[in-house]
Design a protein around this ligand. Structure first.
Ligand SMILES: *Cc1c(COP(=O)(O)O)cnc(C)c1O
Length: 452
């Protein structure tokens, strides 16, 4: 083998590679700068390989093929579809809720054609984008008005900034939660200029604790749903209606951050009761906020519903403009809400289709997969995810693959085209059909066959 210096000397220069005939069409197709970048990084990689004494082939054809690959890779968008085999329905790392076909079509419509986002077709004058969702949200939740912002975290920031700046917000010690991604209720309060007043204890808070904290500086009683953990045993929180009544009697606001919230009762699916948006509105809360892309099954958004005067104060605040959502979000949200109004949410919204899918159907799919790629079908559990229904599971059937190195197999599945995200338990690689879209079956089986 030649020594390293000789190899380094035989590495073609950037100019020499650039002058190669197969490179010319690449320059025309892309641009000279992009091609030069790809040649440089190819040469750098070759130099590194030589210095680390790795075997390397420096023929022009091989190097040019590497340049082409690097060009292709550098032009690939980094956001790509994946197959979610984890059985976590609202998987925050994998993009949370999938949109219904109608919601996807609505996004395409809004993206490619002018629309009446802020135009009143009746009068021909300027309209407000805020009107689009408020009608449907009023009908579905029973609230007087609604406002849509970027996400539920920003909904809370807006509510606190607009309505409680330099004032006191009373909250139970059991609800000073961290949602994830560094979103902590006490930090958000501080950022919004509201003063946090904690009452009760970690496990028990009574209405009297709230009453005792009320004074002339109080702006708000805040309830935050403990979305991602569960307290059991000796625990106590005042009933929703009593908290809202207390706020009303004392002329302060009652606000409920539901986190996920749901318009459909989760109990008939064998799940725990996830707080329903309609319940909080009916209990008399002035404002109720929740995510668009958790159990609602729509686009990322923070949805605020409540009393007309409280919502009006939010709309007037400068942050409302800063946190507003775009036409694509409105398009998808309106289509999603329409499913609820038509009573077809379970059939049309992917989150609910997945929750409602029968165990028999899931078993049949896992069985079909096992027949094609090997492995066994095992009973298992899917979860809701997305910080809703902590600890709640749905019975499922898993494709289980016994292998010597499950971590290696899982890593190879992630390199698949498309990447397949699996989980591991008891030394087996597991794939849950509940979160794999039927149209992804062929891709999944192809990747599995290639890896196994
Ligand atoms: C998820 C969650 C949020 C944040 O909602 P995003 O839409 O992700 O910004 C806020 N509060 C609670 C209680 C949550 O569960």
């Amino acid at each position: 083998m030649k020594d390293k210096d000789a190899l380094l000397r035989s590495l073609p220069s950037v100019d020499a590679l650039l002058a190669q005939r197969p490179i010319q069409p690449l320059i025309e197709m892309y641009s000279r700068d992009l091609v030069v970048d790809a040649i440089r990084s190819t040469a750098d990689a070759a130099r590194q390989a030589i210095l680390q004494s790795q075997p390397i082939d420096l023929t022009a054809e091989i190097l040019i093929a590497q340049v082409v690959n690097r060009l292709r890779e550098s032009l690939q968008p980094s956001l790509v579809p994946v197959i979610n085999g984890t059985g976590v329905i609202i998987h925050t790392n994998l993009g949370r809720a999938l949109l219904s076909g109608a919601a996807q079509a609505a996004i395409t419509m809004a993206a490619g054609a002018y629309n009446n986002l802020e135009f009143d077709l009746g009068s021909g004058r300027r309209g407000s984008r805020l009107t689009h969702a408020s009608q449907l949200l009023r009908e579905l939740t029973g609230a007087e008005d609604a406002l849509v912002v970027n996400n539920n975290a920003s909904a809370l920031v807006l509510i606190l900034s607009a309505l409680a700046k330099d004032k006191e917000v009373v909250i139970s010690r059991g609800q000073l939660v961290e949602i994830g991604g560094g979103f902590r209720i006490p930090a958000i309060m501080q950022e919004s200029g509201a003063r946090l007043v904690e009452v009760g204890t970690t496990n028990r808070t009574w209405l009297a604790d709230f009453t005792g904290a009320l004074n002339e500086r109080t702006a708000m009683l805040l309830r935050v749903h403990a979305s991602n953990f569960k307290q059991v045993g000796f625990v106590e929180q005042p009933p929703l209606g009593e908290l809202a009544s207390l706020a009303r009697e004392h002329g302060v606001l009652a606000v409920d951050d539901l986190g996920s919230g749901t318009l459909i009762d989760t109990v008939p699916f064998g799940l725990a009761h996830e707080p329903m948006i309609q319940e909080s509105v009916a209990a008399g809360f002035d404002l109720v906020c929740f995510s668009g892309d958790k159990l609602l099954g729509g686009p990322q958004a923070g949805i605020i519903v409540g009393k007309a005067d409280a919502v009006a104060r939010l709309k007037r605040h400068p942050l409302a403009r800063a946190l507003r959502v775009d036409k694509l979000t409105y398009a998808a949200l309106l289509a999603t809400l329409a499913h609820y109004r038509c009573g077809e949410a379970l059939e049309r919204i992917p989150v609910w289709q997945m929750i409602a899918e029968s165990l028999a159907d899931i078993e049949a799919r896992a069985g079909t997969w096992a027949a094609q790629v090997g492995g066994t079908v095992l009973p298992g559990e899917s979860t809701i995810g997305g910080g809703s229904l902590p600890g709640a599971v749905l019975s499922t059937a898993l494709l289980a693959i016994d292998c010597d190195a499950p971590d290696g197999v899982r890593a190879k599945l992630r390199q698949g085209q498309p990447p397949v995200i699996a989980r591991i338990a008891d030394g087996r690689v597991l794939i849950d059909p509940r979160t794999v879209l039927p149209e992804q079956d062929a891709d999944l089986l192809r990747v599995l066959k290639a890896v196994l």
